[in-house]
Design a protein around this ligand. Structure first.
Ligand code: PLP
Length: 393
């Protein structure tokens, strides 16, 4: 069967590939520790599960409007007022099947063939593929490790052409966990306003911030920046609801209307039960979110120190999300591997630890480790990596 060109050009997800390999080894009886996970290891808080069950028992099992339940949109508007201090109207919000689907729909309605979208590296694996699927062209800007993987206004300005339609900002970032400050966002935002470039602000890790750091949305910095930005967010990471598939986009009403039109012909609506669950997530107690955040922070503090003590590892300290993104080029060299991809393969087969190679995120000298697993497993995994390197050196 000849498949469509657009699908043939898709790159397979490196995250899923490593997870599949680790699973195969586990099935053969190997004691593999997986640090590839992109989701919190906690169950969804009980009150959310109960609200979903209750909605089904009460008969709310039918279609909803394509842009989402009005009550859920209201709770998202209230959340945006509460957390970002910005007010949206209901026609400026669309609920989607996860933040991933909100992004997918956005690029579909935004891009014409050849339109450019600026993507800072390292990037979340789906951005380039989604842009390409919409006929767009990803333009990469290298977030330098010396600048905590953040792009500078000069870099942004130098990457803009007549075809530039949007820039993606993911703060805190997957895979680096790094956050942009308000000042940095303001400077980038000024350029986007001058050049009329849409800002796609992926804030899915907003609630997982550590130490003294604060999450700032570029949209909250001025009314003009709010108009220039589409916020992408959802309940997957904040409320440990990855499987429920609820995310949203907030911004310009023409864009949201086009996204709603597209959704009406593709998904009809996000699953009704999951929308009721998300409603409980936003309207109910937020303590479970804080409990999970604290657990992640504790793990980060312990594991970061152990990780940077490994020979050949250096790591920008994350300020949010649940990933560590060390540069391991030296460790690969010390242990006799030509590249980090081979080193990652050896870590899996010999040290029995699954991590994701940075090549999938656009920076081949790094690896991504997720700390969305128990402290016990994390300590064991990091000590296996340490021993593996010491034995090989
Ligand atoms: N954006 C980033 C940066 C992510 O890491 C993820 C999930 O891994 C998503 C979006 C998608 O989240 P959702 O589960 O809401 O589709």
């Amino acid at each position: 069967m000849n498949l469509a060109n657009r699908v043939m050009a898709l790159s397979p997800s490196t995250t899923l590939a490593i997870t599949a390999k680790a699973k195969a080894l586990k099935e053969q009886g190997e004691d593999v520790i997986g640090l590839g996970a992109g989701e919190p290891d906690f169950n969804t808080p009980q009150h959310i599960i109960e609200a979903a069950v209750q909605s089904m028992n009460e008969g709310y099992t039918k279609y909803t409007p394509s842009a989402g339940l009005p009550a859920l949109k209201k709770s998202i508007i209230e959340k945006l007022i509460r957390d970002q201090g910005i007010t949206y109207q209901p026609n400026e919000i669309i609920v989607a099947n996860g933040a991933k689907h909100a992004l997918y729909t956005l690029f579909q309605v935004l891009l014409n063939e050849g339109d450019e979208v600026i993507i800072p590296t390292p990037y979340w694996v789906s951005y380039p593929e989604q842009v390409k699927l919409a006929g767009g062209k990803p333009i990469y800007i290298e977030g330098l490790e010396a600048n905590q993987f953040k792009i500078t206004p000069e870099q942004l300005l130098n990457s803009i052409t007549k075809k530039t339609k949007a820039v993606i900002i993911n703060s805190p970032s997957n895979p680096t966990g790094v956050l942009y400050t308000a000042e940095e966002l303001f400077e980038l935002g000024k350029i986007c306003l001058d050049e009329n470039i849409l800002i796609v602000s992926d804030e899915i890790y907003e609630k997982l911030i550590y130490g003294e750091h604060k999450h700032i949305s570029i949209a909250q910095l001025s009314p003009e920046l709010k108009d220039q930005t589409i916020i992408i967010n959802g309940v997957s990471k904040s409320h440990s609801m990855t499987g429920w598939r609820i995310g949203y986009a907030a911004g310009n009403k023409e864009i949201i209307e086009a996204m709603t039109n597209l959704a009406s012909h593709s998904t009809s609506n996000p699953t009704t039960t999951a929308q009721y669950a998300a409603l409980a997530a936003y309207n109910g107690p937020q303590e479970p979110v804080e409990v999970m955040r604290q657990a992640f922070e504790k793990r980060l503090e312990i594991i970061y120190e152990k990780l940077v003590a490994i020979p050949g590892f250096t790591c920008v300290k994350p300020q949010g999300a649940f990933y560590l993104y060390p540069n391991v080029k030296k460790a690969a060299e010390l242990t006799g591997y030509n590249n980090v991809d081979d080193f990652v393969e050896a870590l899996l087969v010999e040290a029995k630890v699954a991590v994701v190679p940075g090549s999938g995120f656009g920076t081949p000298e790094n690896i991504r480790l997720s700390y969305a697993t128990s402290l016990d497993q994390l300590e064991k995994a990091v000590s296996r990596i340490h021993q593996f390197i010491e034995l090989k050196c």
